[in-house]
Design a protein around this ligand. Structure first.
Ligand code: ATP
Ligand code: MG
Length: 601
């Protein structure tokens, strides 16, 4: 491709709409254009990158025996009602774009394809002889993200590879899951990314395993905890660890004390000169179940610990049955506004005790009349602890479970693991933290969808059994941008060779010099013919502008037919290192071939 014929527009300045380097660079270098919130056009250079990433993904998937297909993006609401996800996806979470067609039928734009694939499996899979089977597709997904941001990182329309496998047994599922873990590692390694596979939350259906593939980058939205010995890595949402030991309490008798202005743990510990490990803090949450019942949840946890809301959500989902519900729609920390709806009188916020009376709750058809009281394991063994008194400006000290306060019936692990905690597998290892961009997620689903939608097969004994499923997703467009987030410098993008839109660019310093043009054209034809994807910058621009643009768009090798032509040589500059080589014209092809092959190892 010749730049003179391309839609090639680069920007000098960082666009105001972009916050992180990769987003700025993709806009500046003319790879993407914003069309609306979370909606981007992939311009020709970007599309080449996306095709390369897709091809790597496809090759790794095909190598495992998975088969590519293409499923519809318009999905009938009825399918989502069968799996009981229509309301959650369109109303509660609201992530699915839903519309009504002219026959008054409801349809959604696919955010994911479990429902569609399970229907197909239900129709087509009859016998164990057809299993296992694994289908995947590479396609645009639609999600009405509440906060689309960072360009392709979190779009409302984005490209995903999603795959779904069907099995007769857990062992068979685990085998495919392992194959996927390997395939995903291969994809990311081949794309030139630094990444880590981490344990991930698998939501309330829980039990079975799930792993996320995190590209390591400061701008990542996820936090990863890991140990130096590489034996443990997990998303903070899922991570487990051993909390620091609690310090013995300095209080020996139960007393109520005046503690003015101590509504936070910090202020309270300063006031008493005590350790936050001697405090039981009581955190209030508001859960709305899909039966439209609101439940006020009081979590008692050790003062130095924080609640992991994902773990809490999972625990609360398990209790759905108690509230005639299947799942939770929202979990929030209630603000003053929310309290007006259910509080019979203002709560002593900052001074709440584990036994705060139920008569604070007005109670109604929509609001459960009792607090749901949970205690985190870190608070269970505390003795003579400090906690609230249910009266603003006062705390109690020297309190004990079973004496002044009944121990809440439900003990759970909802604490957030954090940097510096001791690891469970080896207490000598402490957890370290890193930021990551989730580019892939593999998941042992089990029978959630097959059971809900009646997708069964007949086993060897002639019994009808629900299909056991796995699902596996890679964010193709997110992956492409995360490569930039990991690899750029002050001059622009540095694409890994494997996913660069072109391998090389020939920048003609002065288009009024016929010899430069002649050599450039010759190399251009020869390189492209031999499979080295090459751009020709034949624009009527100053050399400096061309070099800047070549650096900005991040093409791995820049070829300059300039001064050294006299010696029959051209200059070849490596983008990543700015290292310059003088190479005889007839050796350019073979040299680049070697370099590219080495880079693709
Ligand atoms: P996230 O936690 O980032 O919202 P998710 O858990 O909803 O992602 P999955 O449903 O597991 O994502 O989707 C599989 C992959 O699709 C993710 O690992 C990610 O790479 C990509 N992805 C998900 N949402 C988006 C989005 N809004 N924009 C771009 N890529 C996305
Ligand atoms: Mg995920």
């Amino acid at each position: 491709m010749k730049l003179s014929q391309m839609l090639f527009v680069t920007l000098r300045e960082d666009p105001a709409e972009a916050e992180i380097p990769s987003h700025k660079l993709l806009l500046r270098a003319g790879y993407i254009r914003r069309i609306g919130s979370g909606i981007y056009a992939y311009l020709p250079l970007m599309w080449r990158v996306l095709k390369k990433v897709s091809q790597i993904v496809r090759e790794e998937m095909d190598a495992t025996g998975a088969q590519e297909c293409l499923l519809p993006q318009l999905q009938p609401a009825d399918l989502w009602r069968e799996s009981d996800r229509w309301d959650t996806y369109t109303k509660a979470e609201g992530i699915m774009f839903a519309l009504t067609d002219r026959q008054n039928r409801e349809v959604g734009l696919g955010p994911t394809h479990e429902e569609v694939i399970t229907t197909i499996a239900k129709d087509m899979i009859r016998s164990y002889r057809q299993l296992p089977v694994h289908l995947y597709q590479i396609q645009t997904k639609f999600r009405d993200e509440i906060r689309p941001r960072f360009g392709l990182m979190r779009g409302r329309e984005f490209i995903m590879k999603d795959g779904y496998s069907f099995h007769t047994s857990e062992e068979s599922l685990k085998k495919t899951y392992q194959d996927m873990a390997q395939a995903y590692s291969n994809m990311l390694r081949r794309s030139g990314l630094q990444f880590r596979a981490v344990d991930a939350d698998s939501g309330a259906i829980g039990g079975s395993g799930s792993q996320e593939f995190m590209v390591l980058a400061e701008a990542g939205e996820d936090e990863v905890l890991y140990t130096e010995d590489s034996q443990y890595a997990a998303n903070v949402e899922k991570a487990v660890s051993m909390p620091a030991d609690a310090e013995p309490s300095t209080f020996t008798t139960f007393e109520k004390r005046e503690t003015p202005g101590t509504e936070t743990i910090d202020k309270l510990c300063k006031f008493f000169k005590c350790s936050s490990t001697q405090v039981v803090k009581n955190v209030l949450y508001q859960a709305v179940y899909d039966s439209n019942i609101t439940v006020l949840v009081l979590v008692s946890i050790r003062g130095d610990q924080d609640v992991n809301e994902v773990k809490l959500l999972n625990e609360l989902t398990k209790l759905s049955g108690n509230y005639q519900a299947k799942t939770i729609l929202f979990l929030t920390v209630p603000d003053a506004e929310a309290q007006r709806k259910w509080a019979a009188k203002p709560l002593p916020l900052g001074y709440i005790a584990p036994d705060v009376a139920d008569d604070y709750l007005a109670g109604s058809k929509e609001v459960n009349s009792k607090f749901l009281r949970l205690v985190d394991r870190t608070a269970v063994d505390l003795k003579n602890f400090v906690t609230g008194s249910n009266e603003s400006g006062y705390h109690v000290v020297g309190a004990n479970w079973g004496q002044e306060f009944p121990l809440p019936e439900i003990a759970v692990d909802v604490r957030k693991a954090k940097k510096g905690d001791r690891a469970v597998h080896n207490p000598e290892q402490t957890l370290q933290t890193a930021r990551g961009i989730e580019v892939g997620h593999i998941f042992q689903l089990g029978t959630k969808y097959s059971q809900a939608m009646g997708a069964t097969y007949t086993n060897e004994q002639g019994e009808e059994m629900p299909l056991i499923m796995g699902c596996y997703g890679v964010g193709v467009s997110r992956l492409a941008q995360s490569a930039v987030e990991q690899s750029y410098d002050k001059d622009g993008i540095i694409w890994p060779v494997a996913i660069a839109p072109y391998h090389a660019i020939i920048s003609i310093p002065n288009i009024s010099e016929s010899q430069q043009i002649e050599v450039a054209e010759k190399l251009y034809t020869e390189l492209n013919r031999s499979g080295i994807e090459t751009l020709l910058d034949d624009r009527d621009e100053r050399a400096g502008v061309k070099f800047k643009d070549a650096d900005l768009i991040g093409i791995p090798y820049r070829i300059v037919p300039g001064r050294s032509l006299k010696q029959g040589k051209v200059e070849v500059v490596e983008r990543a290192t700015h290292k310059s080589h003088e190479i005889p014209i007839d050796e350019v092809n073979s040299t680049l071939k070697q370099w590219i092959e080495a880079a693709l190892q």
